[in-house]
Each structure stands twice: as structure tokens, then as C-alpha cells.
Design a protein around this ligand. Sequence first.
Ligand code: PLP
Length: 357
Amino acid sequence: MTTTVDFNIQRTTNSRLSEVDFNHLEFGKTVADHMLVAEYRKGEWQDGKIVPFGNITFAPTMQALHYGQSVFEGMKAFRMVDGKISIFRIDKHYERFLKSLERLAMAEVPYELFAEGLKALVQLDAAWVPSSEGSSLYIRPFAFASEEVFGAKPSDEYEFIIFTGPVGPYYPKPIRVKIEDQYIRAARGGTGFAKCAGNYGGAFYPAALARKEGFDQVLWTDGSPELNIEESGTMNVFFLIDNVLVTPPLSDTILDGITRDSYLILAKEMGYDVQERTISAFELAEAHQKGLLQEAFGAGTAAVAAPISSIHIKGTDYNLDVYTDNNFCMRAKKRLTDIRTGVAEDVYGWNTIVDAR
Ligand SMILES: *Cc1c(COP(=O)(O)O)cnc(C)c1O
């Protein structure tokens, strides 16, 4: 697929590609050579430009820093078996980006700028898309309020940026999680469904406390005495109970994960009963005691699937068996990877192909 929008491209004269150790990629540490930058001024988006990745300068009054108008997406591009590159579910990510922008009262980013911008950027930095198993090019589109005034009001100026970076497998080991019964990440009517910076800022403290106690992540609940489960740190969660795949239903307190949506589709294809329904921590504990809790895992773009080996509920650890290739989680992850890399046919139209040249 060729791009229909011509972006002004200023190529780097100093590629960092040869300095990268693609066998030891640490998540979030390496960025590719270029980024796309567009500005919103006087009610309009200016043409996006692709420039060498580098610092940007703003006055200390820049609004995003004070009032938190800042939203992002997290996407991935994959090296396919034929050498081409696929970008996963662009339209679904764009739809969610619009919802986040709207909830934060920010200017809408046009589809062409988002979709064609990221295609052009991935094409230019095609050599940065790794090919080893479990690795990919992470894509981070984001927008923030850039007006330099210190009144608390929606900004009149915005910046839209996309950068990318190669990443390896995210959570190599099964994770231990804790039901968080003191803090919540989202409240009804709040911003929980938006991928906004502040949701993360507010979640770091409870997550750090959990890590001090020896857990990898928290399992958020709705804050009710029933401890209804919502999601895990930066992932949606699934449970396999008596061969039924259960995940909490979407609401304004849950992030509408694109990996979650993809697993729901794949689970049906694989012949599983799927239930999007409320599930409490107590139901989980009971299912475990009856021997019916077979699997628990997190789902998100970064981790793809993160098997959970232990769930801590009010003082008790509920341990789950070590994972094998026969588990739903591992098989669904493989099916997803096969579609993304062109090993299996893209029957759902999820891939946008970029010619690597
Ligand atoms: C991004 C995110 C997810 C996962 O969404 P994907 O589209 O699958 O990457 C889940 N929960 C939170 C809080 C997130 O920010």
C-alpha cells in the first residue's frame, strides 16, 4: 500500500541503526531514527513533517504539563515472513484515539494525518522493524496541549507526534499479581476508558507498593466491597474457568483494549465459550478452590499475552499451573502472531501492509 499524503521528510544524516543490539532490546529504551510532528494552530492542523527523532522545546507554561491534556496510543508493526511489514489494526486504534481526545476536550486529529503519517514513518524506518521471534516495532502516536498560557482551560494549541522503537518480548516470565483493594485506577464517569497520561500517573504509586510486596502488577477492581475485577496495570485480563473464557465487560472505567478485542474474536474462532461479564475476586478464589480456574492472563499491545502464575486475594496466594503450549493463552497468542506475521491468512483484515523495499 502506498501513502496518499505526501509528508515533508527531512532524513537523518546520522542513522543510529548500526548501534542497536537487536538481540537485547529492552522495552522502551530504543527509538528509531525519525518522528512525525504536526501542530494544531488557530483551529487547524498544519501539515505533518517527518524529521530526525530529537528533543522538542516548550515554555514552562505549556498546558499539558499542568492540566494533563495528553493522550496516546500504543501500536505495533511486525516483520512478516515475506519480508514486508504489517501494522496491526490501524482503524481500531484511530477510533480509540478519537475517544480519548474527545474525553480530554482536545482537538480531533484527522484520520489521514494519523494513518498515513504512521505508514509513511514506518516505511521510512522499515529497517528498524526487527524480525526475531516476539519482537516488533512499537509505535507511539500521542497528542498533548501545547499552548503556553497558565490558565486552567482547554488548550487552543496541540502537538501530534508519532515515534517508533524496536522492542523484544515484554514479560518473559509468568507474572504474580495482587488484587488491589485499597486504590482504584478509574471511577464511574471518569477517564478510565481514555488512554490518557494521567491514568498512568495515578496508577504508578499503588503499582510501586505492590512491587515492594513482591508482586509484578496489581489487578484493579471497581472499588466496591464485591471487588469486581477491572483490569491489570496496563493490560486487560482474561480468566479461563471450566473451559469458559471470561473477561470483565467494557465500561467507562475499563480501557477498550485492541488485544482484548482480538482475543475475544480468536477465542470464538477456536471454539471457546466467551463471556464478557462481571467477575469478582471472590468468584475467582472460589473457582480456584474448586479446581476450575485453569488460566489467568493479561492482554495488551506491549505484552501481547502475559500469563499470570499467582493471584493474591486478601492475604491468600492462588497459584496457577505452569504454562504449556496447550494453554488457551499461548495458543491464542500464537494464532495472533501468525496472523500478524503472515504465517496465517489475515482473515479479519487486521493488517495494513507496508512494502519494506
Ligand atoms: C493500552 C492499555 C490496555 C491494552 O490495550 P491494547 O489496545 O490491547 O494495547 C489495557 N489497559 C490499559 C490501562 C491501557 O492503557
